[in-house]
Design a protein around this ligand. Structure first.
Ligand code: FAQ
Length: 329
């Protein structure tokens, strides 16, 4: 229903002949595989698309700490707790690299925070689902980081230099995250009947929302045509989703879990798994703020921002004092 209301950008994509000389020269650099750096000329649409995507990505990393943060005090062993704590800290670090990359495009971090806290900025739909059991922490690492890395590997080759370099570093950490999640799931799947059931239940709840992380189908993707032309995105939403399904189904089989999709079937001719329809009404409902945890997530972020106000003010006062001392000396 929602998908049919989407207007895509396919008709905005101009051919080289239709472009002004400066824009044509820019596109030729992109076509030749050159990276674009912060102070160089770029079309306003390219800049805006990057600010939108990078800031949504940064917000996702920051909000993405909440579902797992919920389990830090309840992780089953000291070792699991230390690993989870380190992973959640990594997500905060990813948010910081990404806000820095966005700032190189002339926006301020404060404005981006303000957009998130005012509910005007998007973050990934996946972080609006609850983490009900310890197996959900395994499922997040395995499926959510697995989907995130599938998307981010191609972003290492994105045309904007600072984003591409941030992605190279982030991907290294995400691949560790994916493995630790899969390891949690494989331990549970080979444990007691109750543990196996808990792992299966987590897979059942996280599978479809993980497929939604890749965004709408290509035909309904508002920004894909321009983003692919500018090589901001290097592979389409559907291509990446299919690759994720192909890899993950085999991983589920290896540990004896069942992907909750009765239509899932290997298609010899295509060389890929066919899979059932995604519930796009559920996706858009979550994106619009009506998922199971949207309100809780925003409340937690607003409270964290307020509680951190004194730290920001103290740091700013300290920096001002230091600068004044330097000027006086
Ligand atoms: N959730 O035209 P498209 C992570 C929006 S990081 C919410 O296809 P585009 C790490 C989209 O923004 C996860 N909204 O858009 C971690 C647009 O809205 P707008 C985040 C979504 O940009 C793991 C509209 O729908 N990763 O998980 C979603 O070309 C564990 C139309 O869509 C990134 O952000 C969605 N799932 O393609 C952290 C990667 N999908 O702006 C903690 C970078 C689409 O017009 C724990 N981003 N929308 O209002 C991308 O690669 C792209 O932005 C896509 C969407 C592929 C997400």
């Amino acid at each position: 229903m929602y998908a049919q209301m989407v207007k895509t950008d396919a008709d905005r994509v101009k051919s080289l002949d239709e472009m002004e000389p400066v824009e044509r020269a820019f596109q030729q650099r992109i076509d030749a595989g050159e990276k674009i750096e912060p102070k160089e000329w770029m079309p306003e649409g390219y800049r805006k698309t990057l600010v939108r995507q990078i800031s949504q990505h940064a917000h996702s990393e920051v909000v993405g700490q909440l579902p797992e943060g919920n389990w830090i005090t309840r992780a089953p062993t000291l070792e699991r707790k230390a690993i989870l704590l380190a992973k959640v800290q990594d997500e905060a670090g990813h948010g910081l690299y990404l806000y820095c990359a966005a700032e190189t495009l002339g926006v301020s971090r404060d404005d981006l925070y303000e957009q998130l806290l005012a509910g005007r900025a998007k973050y990934s739909s996946i972080f609006n689902y609850p983490t009900l059991t310890w197996a959900d922490i395994g499922a997040i690492g395995w499926l959510v980081d697995g989907a995130a890395i599938m998307n981010q590997v191609q972003l290492q080759k994105t045309s904007y230099g600072p984003y591409s370099r941030a992605m190279i570093r982030i991907c290294k950490e995400e691949s560790f995250h994916q493995r630790q999640g899969y390891e949690i799931m494989s331990v549970l799947a080979s444990g007691t009947e109750e543990q196996k059931a808990m792992a299966q239940d987590a897979l059942d709840r996280w599978w479809w929302p993980s497929l939604m992380m890749f965004g709408p189908n290509d035909a309904d993707s508002a920004h894909s045509a321009e983003s692919m032309k500018w090589k901001i995105k290097r592979e389409s939403n559907d291509e990446l989703r299919q690759r994720f399904v192909d890899r993950t189904v085999q991983q589920a089989e290896t540990i004896g879990l069942t992907v909750p999709d009765p239509d899932l079937k290997w298609n010899e001719e295509r060389g890929h798994y066919d899979f059932g329809p995604i519930d796009w009404d559920e996706f858009w409902n979550v994106v619009k703020g009506n998922g199971p945890c949207n309100r809780d997530r925003m409340k937690a972020r607003r409270e964290a921002h307020e509680n951190g106000r004194w730290v920001r003010e103290a740091a700013a006062a300290h920096a001002a004092k230091k600068a004044a001392r330097k000027t006086a000396a």
